[in-house]
Design a protein around this ligand. Sequence first.
Ligand SMILES: Nc1ncnc2c1ncn2[C@@H]1O[C@H](COP(=O)(O)OP(=O)(O)OP(=O)(O)O)[C@@H](O)[C@H]1O
Ligand SMILES: [Mg+2]
Length: 258
Amino acid sequence: MKSIIAVHSYKGGTGKTSLSVNLAASLAKRGRKVAILDLDFRAPSLFSILKMEDSNLWINDYLNGASTINKILQETNGKGLNKGKLFAGLANPSTEAIRDMSAKDRKWEMRALGRLLSLRNTLLKEQNFDFIVFDTSPGLQYSSINAIVSADLVIVVTTSDRSDVNGTSRMLRELYNLFEKKTGVVINKILDANLDSKKEELNKRAKEVYQVSLLGLVPCFCEVLKSQGNLIFVEDKPNHPFTKIMDEIATRIEKNEI
Ligand SMILES: Nc1ncnc2c1ncn2[C@@H]1O[C@H](COP(=O)(O)OP(=O)(O)OP(=O)(O)O)[C@@H](O)[C@H]1O
Ligand SMILES: [Mg+2]
């Protein structure tokens, strides 16, 4: 089923960007046409992870009404994607653009929401994309709320950090319930060596504390940290356990088993 997926979290650094990129690559690997959009205008990172540093095409211009989405999206040269395609819409990392985006008013944000909502028609219907993945800023930024409102599925990435668990459960209760979005939680950076013995407890936490379905449990992998953003595991390390977990989550998304 075609869908728009927003990847969000309460706290920063939980793994949203890692998950967005790898899930998008995993969906593309199975022959799908996928677009990933960097909506984290406070700290753009997709241009760097996808090694598209020379770009001068920005999703900022689309949201500002200065360009069309077709002109902004660029095909990535992902490895091992077979017949699949992965396109990226990058956020402008210049200091000026970051300052400009953080000074937008409500009226601008409302118009930006309209432009995000219209992607369903232009990309999913007209351009025949199968999936659009939004990588967002953490917390309750206006741009992240817009991404959530425009999505069919929200993936909330959380860690076991005490303040993250508290903040995430509050955010899910108070904000997500309001929008009535299909939501799945991914618990990332799990430190226990023996994940199997923890599975029951983490499942219980998802049900009781977060009250949403558990989409994935991801251990903390030193190799992921050590890659320092230089590798896209789904493309570069197809047999790594991190890749296997990303593939499992992508399968559930594809089959709409959330
Ligand atoms: N499962 C994991 N094991 C080890 N390191 C991880 C894992 N997932 C993500 N990381 C690392 O955590 C750091 C933060 O990840 P990432 O940038 O994806 O988070 P983020 O939620 O997008 O952050 P921000 O809120 O700043 O946008 C990165 O160095 C990344 O490599
Ligand atoms: Mg990020």
